[in-house]
Design a protein around this ligand. Structure first.
Ligand code: SAM
Length: 407
C-alpha cells in the first residue's frame, strides 16, 4: 500500500499478489489490486477483483463506493447508483455514500431525490463539507434562495477557515459582505477552473475580451501603444485580440494555473502571478493602457484598485474595464434569501446601492457609482455603455464597458 500511494504500481502489484498467494480471498488485497488495475486502464480485471473482494466482505461501504466510482467512470450511471445504495445499506453512517447517491440523482434529473440524499450526508456527518456546497448550489439552481443561503451559512459556521464557504455565505445571505473577494477565494476558484475555463466561457457566449479589445483598438488605431497591462489576464483570452496594438504586453493574475494557460498562448511578453492592486501600486508610471476584463467583478469597492491603476498608468493612460451592472430594483430572489432591505453603508462611504455582492459570488456596480468612483480616483470617463457580457441560464448578463483616461 505504501508503494501504491507513492505511485510505484509494479511494486505494489507484486505485494498484493504475494498476499493473495497465501490468502486468495483477502478482501483488502483484492480491493486495492482492483483499484490499481482500474487506474492502469484495465477495467474488466478491476471489476472482477472488486467483486471478489465484496463477496468476502459485503459490509465494507468503501468497497461498494469504489465500485460506484468505477461505474461512474465507465458511464454506467444506474450501476453506480446501485453500488452507492449498497454502500449506505452496509453502513448507514457512511456520508460519502449518501453524497454520491445525491450527485448521481442530480445528474440524472431526480433533483428532489438529490436534495434528500445530500441532506442525509450532512445529517450523518456534519463535517462532510462537499455536501453543503453541492446542496447549496442545487438549491440555488432550483431558485430556493433562502434554503441555499441557510446552507452556505451553516457550511461557513462549521468550516470557518474555508474561503469559499465564507464568500458564498456572504453572497447568499447579504451578511458580513467583504469589500472585495478574498485572495484565497479567487485563487482557489480559478486554480480549479483553469483547465476548463475557455470551454466553459465559450458555452456562455462570453464577450468581455472582445469588448475590451474593440475599445482598445478604437484608441490605438493609429500607432501601437507602448506598454499594456492585462490585469487579471486569466487564461489570456484578451492576449491574441490586443497583441498587435502593444509593443509590450504584460499579464498578471492571482491564479498560477490561469497564468499557465495564458503562457501556452505565447502572446504575452511577461506573465506574473500577482495581486493586481499591489502590483499596480508597486509599478508607478509604467503602462500606457491597462485592460481589465471581467476581473473587477471580484471587487465591491473600486477605489483601491482604481487608485492603483492611476498610479501605474502614465499621464493620459487608458483604463478599459468591464463590470456587471447592478439593477436598481431589488428582486424576489433577494427577499426570498432574507437579505435585508434598505441601503447599508460600506466602510469606504459607498452604499449597497453602489455595489452589491450577488448570489452567484460576483459583485455588481451601479452606473452612478462607477461614474463617481472613476472621477474621484482621477479618471475622465470617455465611454460607459451597457453591454451583455455573457449568458447565464440562457439569459444575458448585463454589464458595463468603461473606457477612462488618467487625468
Ligand atoms: C473571470 S476571469 C477573467 C480572465 C480574463 N480577463 C478574461 O476575460 O478571460 C477573472 C480573473 O481575474 C483574476 N483575479 C481576480 N481578482 C484578482 C486580483 N485581485 N488580482 C489579480 N487577479 C485577480 C482571477 O484569478 C481570474 O483569472
Amino acid at each position: 500500500m505504501i508503494a501504491h500511494r507513492a505511485g510505484r504500481l509494479t511494486e505494489a502489484e507484486v505485494g498484493y499478489c504475494r498476499v493473495l498467494r497465501s490468502r486468495p480471498n483477502e478482501p483488502s488485497a483484492l480491493r486495492f489490486l482492483a483499484l490499481l488495475h482500474f487506474h492502469r486502464g484495465e477495467a474488466d480485471s478491476a471489476l472482477q477483483y472488486l467483486s471478489r473482494s465484496l463477496e468476502h466482505e459485503p459490509r465494507n461501504p468503501r468497497a461498494w463506493n469504489d465500485l460506484g466510482g468505477m461505474f461512474i467512470s465507465l458511464s454506467r450511471a444506474d450501476d453506480a447508483l446501485a453500488a452507492y445504495r449498497k454502500a449506505v445499506v452496509a453502513d448507514p453512517s457512511f456520508a460519502e455514500g449518501w453524497y454520491n447517491i445525491g450527485i448521481c440523482l442530480r445528474d440524472t434529473g431526480d433533483l428532489e431525490g438529490a436534495l434528500d440524499n445530500l441532506r442525509e450526508a450532512i445529517a450523518r456527518q456534519a463535517d462532510y463539507f462537499r455536501a453543503y456546497e453541492a446542496l447549496a448550489m442545487l438549491l440555488y439552481q432550483l431558485g430556493r434562495m433562502r434554503e441555499a443561503a441557510e446552507t452556505y451559512l451553516e457550511w461557513s459556521v462549521r468550516d470557518p477557515a474555508n474561503s469559499k464557504a465564507r464568500h458564498m455565505a456572504a453572497a447568499a445571505s447579504g451578511q458580513n459582505v467583504p469589500s472585495r473577494a478574498s485572495e484565497d477565494y479567487v485563487r482557489d476558484l480559478f486554480d480549479s477552473a483553469a483547465g476548463k475555463f475557455d470551454l466553459n466561457v465559450e458555452q456562455l457566449s462570453y464577450r468581455a475580451p472582445e469588448l475590451v479589445a474593440a475599445a482598445l483598438a478604437s484608441h490605438a488605431s493609429e500607432r501601437p501603444l507602448l506598454a499594456v497591462l492585462d490585469a487579471g489576464c486569466g487564461t489570456g483570452l484578451c492576449g491574441p485580440l490586443i497583441r498587435a496594438r502593444c509593443e509590450t504586453l504584460v499579464g498578471i493574475d492571482l491564479s498560477q494555473k490561469m497564468i499557465d494557460q495564458a503562457r501556452a498562448r505565447g502572446c504575452y511578453d511577461e506573465l506574473i502571478p500577482a495581486e493586481l492592486t499591489a502590483f499596480m501600486q508597486a509599478h508607478p508610471n509604467s503602462f500606457d493602457a491597462v485592460v481589465c476584463a471581467d476581473t473587477l467583478v471580484y471587487f465591491g469597492s473600486l477605489d483601491e484598485a482604481l487608485n492603483a491603476a492611476r498610479t501605474t498608468l502614465r499621464p493620459s493612460g487608458l483604463l478599459i474595464v468591464t463590470l456587471e451592472a447592478l439593477i436598481a430594483s431589488r428582486n424576489e430572489d433577494d427577499r426570498d434569501a432574507g437579505i435585508e432591505s434598505g441601503v447599508g453603508e460600506n466602510n469606504d462611504g459607498s452604499t449597497s446601492a453602489d455595489h452589491r455582492l450577488q448570489f452567484h459570488g460576483r459583485y455588481a456596480h451601479s452606473e452612478a457609482y462607477i461614474r463617481r468612483v472613476f472621477g474621484d480616483t482621477g479618471f475622465e470617463v470617455e465611454l460607459l455603455i451597457r453591454e451583455p457580457l455573457r449568458k447565464e441560464a440562457l439569459q444575458d448578463v448585463a454589464g458595463y464597458l468603461v473606457t477612462a483616461r488618467r487625468r
